[in-house]
Write a protein that binds this ligand. Structure first.
Ligand code: PMP
Length: 296
């Protein structure tokens, strides 16, 4: 996958520059210690033009992520949203994945950063886990404890945990990993939240041990509109394996169904599940084919 070429622009510290000319600081805390924060947004080509879905919410979360690790955040989020739209224009992108990254400058100390920079990149990217139903497995690797790390934040270094879990899944012939939390309850996938369906209700692990996904929240809003009950509670591996169906949610992966967990197939046909209904609704929502105002 090529993320940029000679003609690609990125937004770096107030300017649009060629991605090839950005340079890299080899003495930065972000590179050495993973001391940075990032976001993942999606822009869709809608009937009303290009729209970045829930752009402000993503940049607000970026700000909160930086604050939680004392990384200075000195930008105005309205401006960053405008710059993101501008970035899509200069790169001739209608639909795209957008990646803002806040990183620290040269400093080899394990000390809070005094300065930070922001860059925003964008590229065309299909659904992160593809379009086919997934075969997932429960990973031996657990999510970090909220007692040791701010797991509500999207911090660069934390993604080693995700890389270990998802690469272990692929090595074992699966598409994605499901991680348990520190107490052994089902938490989420490596970079998506998890929902299961049982007896016409949806269940998802509560906030606290899982990442507060914006797509997770959107699923809950869609369910409210459709009068589908969503219960946020701790789920066991047995709950996961005895569910009627299950799906993952995330900006990059969107809504994607799971067909097998640890080689056990879900009984319900995906097309007939609540997940499939939500997948259709979500597509309409991001493409602005339905009025979002009625949902929130
Ligand atoms: N979990 C993790 C660990 C994530 O990094 C993400 C975002 N990629 C998600 C869940 C889903 O969050 P969102 O719906 O906001 O994209």
């Amino acid at each position: 996958m090529q993320y940029y070429n000679q003609d690609t622009y990125i937004y770096l510290e107030g300017e649009f520059i060629k991605a090839t000319e950005a340079g890299i600081d080899l003495f930065g805390q972000s590179l050495h210690y993973g001391y940075g924060a990032f976001e993942g947004l999606r822009a869709y080509s809608t009937l009303h033009g290009t729209r970045i879905f829930k752009a402000e919410e993503h940049f607000d979360r970026l700000k909160r992520s930086c604050e939680s690790i004392n990384l200075p955040y000195t930008w105005d989020n309205h401006t960053l949203v405008e710059k993101s739209y501008h970035l899509l224009e200069v790169n001739n992108l209608l639909g795209a994945y957008i990646r803002p990254l806040v990183f620290s400058g040269s400093n080899m100390h394990l000390a809070a950063a005094k300065e930070s920079k922001i860059m925003i990149a964008a590229w065309e990217w299909g659904p992160y886990l593809g379009q086919n139903l997934l075969r997932v497995f429960t990973s031996k690797i657990r999510r970090p404890s909220p007692k040791s790390f701010c797991i509500d934040a999207k911090i660069s270094g934390q993604y080693i945990n995700s890389i270990l879990a998802s690469s272990e899944a692929v090595k074992n012939g699966f598409d994605e990993a499901i991680l348990l939390d520190e107490n052994g309850f089902v938490a989420q996938a490596s970079s998506e939240n998890l929902f299961i369906e049982k007896d016409f209700k949806l269940y998802t692990p509560p906030l606290g041990n899982v990442f507060p996904g914006i797509t997770r929240q959107t699923v809950i809003e869609i369910c409210k509109e459709l009068n589908i009950e969503v219960i946020e509670k701790n789920l066991t591996i047995d709950d996961l394996k005895n569910a009627d169906s299950a799906f993952l949610s995330g900006t990059a992966a969107e809504i994607i169904g799971i067909k097998e967990i640890d080689e056990i197939s879900y009984p319900e046909q995906w097309e007939h599940t609540i997940g499939a209904t939500i997948q259709r609704k979500y597509k309409k929502l991001v493409l602005e084919e339905e009025n979002y105002e009625v949902i929130i």
